[in-house]
Design a protein around this ligand. Sequence first.
Ligand SMILES: *Cc1c(COP(=O)(O)O)cnc(C)c1O
Length: 393
Amino acid sequence: MSGGIYAALGVRRIINAYGTNTRLSGGLMPPEVMAAMAEASRACVGMHDLQAAACRAIAEATGAEAGIVTSGAAAALLLGAAACMARLDPAAMNRLPDTDGMPDEFVVVRSQRNMYDRALRAAGGRIVEVGIPDRHSGPGVRDASVGEVAEAITPRTAAVYCLAGEATEPPLADVARAAHARGVPVLVDAAAQLPPASNLRRFLAEGADLVCFSGGKAIGGPQASGILAGRRDLVSSALVQMLDLDLPEAQFVAPAEFAPLAQMRFLPHHGIGRSGKAGKEEIVGLIVALRRFVAEDPAERTARWTARLSALCDAVPRAALVPDGAKPGLPILELRFADRAIAERADAALRARTPAVHLDAGRIRRGVLAVNPIALDDADLPLLAAALRECCA
Ligand SMILES: *Cc1c(COP(=O)(O)O)cnc(C)c1O
């Protein structure tokens, strides 16, 4: 793809071999998704009706009772946190981020703390850490235990928050059992846990009450889109805290997909999530991208990514085509250097080019740079191969 619009704006485009990082503008959208967004931009609809359609599509793809499209996984986390605190109480919704009189604590295993959990505090929540990530020390084998999580749950607890991942401990199913035994929901950040596509259902099946995904990562939707899926009462609460509510109260009718909203004593003000609105173009784009992602045979997706990397592998020295490890079904191309300093010099040289080449630097401590195929444009492969040959020799 030529950098037409970006060149006109004086912005240098990049070759994104890092992956779907938000900082590097996520991934690329299939033409079908772009066409759906353009079409959506040419007619107006009621946003609650469009979210009801998204709810049906997300329920089908995830097995959840309900779902909404948000402006990203971080927005989904903020809204999910707001829902766990305020539930269906409009007075509580209006108070957020002040949490007087409502449960506002999120129990988090210390090893799962991450910079995106800021969204919990942005909603008004407070983080209560448990456990010692001792397995990351030399002799240590332990992390938090389910017992420690259970012990931290009190009447002030809004939810247990979990970061989904390959190395997550304790297992989500055990945490969910402990939380549910104490009447507390579990909110899961699974923003980047795709592929495998089966993860769309897995965390909910393991007991999550709410789960968040990025729309702009492997799903291939708009960069500013995300999914919040889970229990109908909680998703409904999240939706009403994002929707614009500039209408006479009597005119507000909750779609059947969000029926629990009929229980609200009155219509709240614009909610804590109103500043993270999702537009009709993003909602439609996400629905089309999600259906497409679910419909594609995972083996074909892996084959497509493998073909992209194989072309490079043959053209570049010190390259090895290997499974990503953390994400089943994702192949990556590792470029192995003698040590970290040499890898860092190659990385800097690649980023200094025009167009700049960004490789996945997540393994650079081991002297490894990686080409992630998800956000790569096939048309860039010859340019990328030439850059790698020059900078990694
Ligand atoms: C990418 C990511 C997010 C944020 O997703 P956005 O869709 O950009 O808001 C949150 N949590 C984790 C773990 C992520 O990897």
